[in-house]
Design a protein around this ligand. Structure first.
Ligand SMILES: Nc1ncnc2c1ncn2[C@@H]1O[C@H](COP(=O)(O)OP(=O)(O)OP(=O)(O)O)[C@@H](O)[C@H]1O
Length: 724
């Protein structure tokens, strides 16, 4: 909020919030109405409150000017404790330091008298004999100087004692012993330091010098390198913030990827440390903004989602999603992208998936399609507004989902046809625009397809065609349809929101995940699982959702991997998502339903029209081609087609179910148009063992001939399928 601005209001002070100020009406029929003054969206505060807020600001500004370690009570306490500790130990440490200083000075004096540097240099240059005379002269001279200087000092001391008393001698002695103590002080990190009671503490480390030590200890800068403080450490109420420039040879991205080492050096849990690059005109590749929270920022009470009370929402605007550790708002774009949410169970996946879906429910110009693979009550509120709603992951649910997705795929293809026909004014880029999606006449509303526990559908190993048990599986078909929609749908106004508790490559193949440009990883168990959600290379770049704590419910890493949205494609943001309970979602959906009824956009299941549209033959043929081409490029197709070596794929087609035992290799090879030799080699490569008696008399042959075991082929196919 901006600084309070007092008014003359008799009731107190008016503090404006930023907000739109309506233009006064100056013409037309409404011009007769007396124009109202500007409307201030503001908070009314009393004189007393105003004075207090001013005083607080002054105090905060004064504190921020103090050296870092005196800015907070905690750090000041630590600094004070350290000073007091030193004072207590001084009577012991001072004489010891003086003693060490004496030894250091004596050694230095002896080196000087011996002309050690000259002596060593001459010796190294093998010119000692030539220089010896010279060295001996200097040694003698320095010996004399020592004797004269000592005698003069002793004599001077005696005279001073006799004429001026002991005070000058005591003062001089104090100064000399202080100098000796300084010379003999032990440096941080010097050998001889042993373990000691106590603990390292962050607040004390926020002092600039200690920060350099921490960076060195974390091996982020070299021994002789320094940091530059662009913005000195400042305590902002919830944590320490500072901006630094690394030495020219260092990269900010390396520090980000070694955040854990820095957290250790700074003595904080890494969840309390935020390290970000400063980008743009104010930043460069070696500039870092650091923030260290006073406490675990994700352990704070969750913030209620503003969607719970929003009257409506325009889904073209990014959806309120959560906050960063520092309280900055994070919004989730839904248009032009698709979202993948992954986590271990009970971390808030469903809650997170419902946030953008609730925003979609509040926009009457958005079509919602939901498949809840868990089948509980979590998504039931959306039944009131959803164009298609599937609850559960039984075979019948999955088959309906296929038909719904085919309907979507046909719609995507049809939209592209119609977009290409539109004039440039209305459709400048062969993509939907807000005007197009909001006009029911075009029939192209933004469409959000949300699927929870998507692995339950994708992993369904039931044949799509009951008459073809070895044919394409239901899961495969769903995967290729989703891949097609995720790949081609965004420009036509389609977005997917997929949530899974099994984010491995078997469940969500790379081809599909690659199309889901926005990724949100809540707590997972391993860094590999984190990479599976966020994408390859993210762990190395310092993004690891396995580091989140299980107590961090609803907290995850948000990455905009496709660069289509304003989300940072290079670094994930750790977001504490808003909390939105089912009660509020139900109320939001009730509002959404009323808005749809008003706008005439309530369709499909929610309007009681559960019958799915029949696809015309032309579109079916086109999709048969396009969906498999698009889905098949990256996504999975049937196990037989992808995983099976060519030879097994061919043999599966020609071996009858009732055939068992061995068969003449020649005959089997003939069925697929190969030679017996080529077949034998291919089977060996495919790992199919030869029969224990490789030559037998079969099929009435007179001599033993080469045979192949049909059951071994079957076993190999089954094994490959199971492993898939
Ligand atoms: N943003 C949030 N802030 C705080 N707590 C949250 C947040 N979101 C969810 N939770 C809590 O986390 C718990 C689990 O949430 P949710 O049911 O969404 O998990 P899930 O991962 O979908 O679980 P499952 O895998 O069993 O379906 C909920 O009981 C909820 O109270």
């Amino acid at each position: 909020m901006s600084e309070p601005m007092p008014t003359d209001d008799a009731m107190g002070k008016l503090v404006p919030f930023p907000g739109p100020v309506p233009e006064p009406v100056t013409s037309g029929p409404a011009a007769e109405v007396e124009p109202a003054g500007p409307v201030l969206d503001a908070e009314l505060i009393t004189d007393e409150e105003y004075r207090r807020s001013k005083a607080r600001q002054l105090a905060e500004s004064a504190v921020s000017r103090l050296p870092a370690q005196w800015q907070t009570r905690e750090s000041a306490r630590q600094a004070g404790a350290e000073l007091a500790g030193r004072a207590v130990l001084a009577p012991v440490q001072f004489p010891a330091a003086v003693g060490r200083g004496l030894a250091v000075s004596a050694r230095a004096w002896w080196q000087w008298v011996r002309v050690a540097d000259f002596y060593d240099a001459s010796k190294a240059a093998e010119k000692l004999a030539d220089r010896w005379q010279e060295i001996a002269v200097i040694r003698r001279r320095r010996g004399v100087i020592t004797v004269v200087a000592s005698s003069a000092t002793a004599l001077g001391g005696l005279i001073t004692e006799l004429t001026a008393g002991s005070l000058p001698l005591l003062v001089t002695g104090g100064a000399v012993s202080t100098a000796l103590a300084v010379a003999g002080r032990r440096k941080d990190g010097a050998g001889g330091r042993s373990t000691q009671l106590g603990s390292r503490s962050l607040a004390w480390l926020m002092n600039g010098d200690h920060l350099v030590v921490a960076f060195r200890d974390a091996k982020l800068i070299g021994k002789d390198e320094r940091l530059m403080l662009v913005k000195a450490p400042r305590h902002d109420g919830t944590g320490w913030a500072l901006t630094i420039d690394l030495p020219p040879s260092r990269k900010a991205s390396d520090v980000i990827s070694k955040r854990e080492s820095l957290a250790s050096a700074l003595a904080v849990d890494e969840v309390r440390l935020i390290v970000e690059r400063v980008r743009g005109d104010d930043g460069h590749a070696g500039r870092l903004a650091l923030w260290v929270g006073d406490a675990d920022p994700y352990a704070a009470a969750p913030i209620a989602s503003p969607l719970g009370t929003a009257a409506s929402w325009d889904l073209w605007n990014p959806v309120p999603f959560g906050t960063t550790a520092r309280g900055t708002d994070v919004r989730l774009p839904v248009v032009w992208t698709s979202l993948l949410i992954g986590a271990i169970p009970r971390q808030g996946k469903t809650f997170v998936a419902r946030l953008p879906l609730t925003a979609a429910a509040l926009d009457p110009h958005v079509r919602i399609i939901i498949a809840d693979g868990k089948g509980g009550k979590d998504f039931r509120p959306f039944e009131q507004v959803a164009h298609r709603f599937i609850r559960g992951a039984r075979e019948s649910d999955a088959r309906r989902l296929i038909r719904v997705l085919e309907e979507c795929a046909a719609d995507v293809a049809d939209r592209f046809d119609r977009l290409s026909e539109m004039d440039d004014e209305l459709c400048p880029e062969s993509k939907v625009t807000p005007e197009i999606t909001r006009d029911p006449a075009h029939g192209m509303p933004l469409t959000v397809v949300g699927i929870d526990e998507v692995q339950n559908f994708l992993g369904m190993d039931v044949p799509l065609d009951e008459d073809e048990p070895k044919g394409k599986k239901i899961g495969t078909r769903i995967c290729e349809l989703l891949t097609y929609i995720a790949k081609t749908g965004p420009a036509a106004g389609y977005s997917l929101i997929l949530a899974t508790q099994k984010p491995d490559a078997k469940v969500i193949p790379d081809g599909l995940r690659g199309q889901l440009g926005t990724r949100f990883a809540l707590k997972v168990m391993t860094y590999q699982a984190s990479e599976t959600i966020l994408g390859a290379g993210t762990y190395k770049a310092g993004m690891d959702a396995s580091r989140l704590l299980t107590s961090h419910k609803g907290v995850g890493l948000l990455l905009g991997a496709d660069g289509e949205t304003e989300l940072d494609a290079g670094t994930a943001t750790t977001v504490r998502t808003h909390l939105l309970h089912i009660r509020e979602i139900r109320q939001a959906c009730e509002r959404g339903r009323a808005l749809r009824e008003q706008a005439g956009t309530l369709t499909g299941d929610a309007a009681g029209q559960r019958e799915l549209s029949e696809m015309d033959a032309g579109m079916a043929a086109r999709l048969a081609d396009e969906v498999v081409t698009t889905g098949g490029e990256n996504g999975p197709v049937d196990a037989e087609m992808v995983e099976l070596p060519e030879v097994l794929g061919l043999l599966v087609e020609v071996i009858e179910d009732e055939e068992h035992g061995v068969i003449a290799t020649e005959e089997l090879a003939g069925r697929i148009g190969w030679t017996a030799k080529a077949l034998g080699e291919a089977l060996r490569r495919a790992g199919v063992p030869a029969p224990s008696t490789p030559r037998q008399r079969v099929g009435g042959s007179v001599h033993a001939i080469s045979v192949t075991d049909l059951d071994a082929i079957r076993a190999a196919v089954v094994e490959l399928n199971d492993g898939h």
